[in-house]
Design a protein around this ligand. Structure first.
Ligand SMILES: C[S@@+](CC[C@H](N)C(=O)[O-])C[C@H]1O[C@@H](n2cnc3c(N)ncnc32)[C@H](O)[C@@H]1O
Length: 218
């Protein structure tokens, strides 16, 4: 008997929970104005730099994709889970959603003005993260922006990644320095980083956000 890969485990877990997830998180960070303003800033930077397409990678049922679209960005979504994509298409018939994996994106090199990864790398085994960040770097156009949202390790933790028992499937908290390192190794420049305290229905853990940009000059 073969062991399922982490991608298969994550896909099956989100297929099973998709409807409940969509009911639990119907909208984009309604109770977190700090996050909303950060995402609005990301959208503004993308628009200012020419308003090219933005991909919401690991989009789930598309709540953040819809939020980006409401901010005047040309947004589409990709997710591993076919059931999540069905829900995203049902709820957002005007937007494009495809089943796919961030480990091997069906997106041409240098074509995106922005990539949003909102809690979509949390289930990726730490040793597989460089492949995904390399994909983020590959698909961004020069000057394009990446915004990553993740569960942060405690500020004094010596570990780059720490596993925890997420409700859907095994997940990892990441240190902001580690995310910055992954971004740098993918050829991107850090623009900003943020840690905020948990709130609303987040029971534990600080939340990390990192904004990066693909340099215009190689
Ligand atoms: C915690 S949910 C977040 C969904 C969405 N970003 C949101 O904020 O509502 C994580 C999502 O990432 C997706 N995901 C995890 N690994 C992925 C991969 N390698 N490629 C594409 N999607 C992935 C899962 O299927 C799931 O829908």
């Amino acid at each position: 008997m073969t062991t399922p890969s982490s991608l298969e485990t994550t896909r099956d877990a989100y297929d099973a929970i998709a409807v409940l997830y969509a009911e639990t998180f119907p909208t984009a960070m309604d109770d977190h104005p700090v996050d909303r303003s950060l995402i609005a800033g990301f959208a503004e930077m993308v628009r200012t730099d020419g308003a090219g397409p933005v991909a919401d990678l690991g989009c789930g049922h598309g709540r953040m994709t819809a939020y980006l679209a409401s901010l005047g960005v040309t947004a589409s979504g990709v997710d591993l889970s076919p059931t999540m994509i069905e829900l995203a298409r049902r709820d957002n018939p005007d937007l494009r959603f495809e089943v796919g994996s961030m480990t091997a994106l069906d997106i041409a090199d240098g074509t995106l003005a922005g990539v949003l990864s909102w809690y979509s790398v949390i289930h990726t085994p730490p040793e597989e993260l460089p492949v995904i960040f390399a994909e983020f770097g590959r698909v961004l156009a020069p000057g394009g922006y990446l915004l990553v949202g993740f569960f942060a390790t405690d500020a004094d933790s010596p570990h780059p990644a720490e596993p925890f028992d997420h409700k859907v499937s095994l997940a990892y908290r990441l240190s902001t320095d580690h995310v910055a390192d992954l971004v740098r190794k993918a050829g991107l420049e850090e623009v900003a980083r943020l840690r905020r305290e948990p709130g609303g229905n987040e029971r534990r853990f600080q939340q990390g956000r990192l904004l990066a940009r693909r340099p215009t000059e190689p």
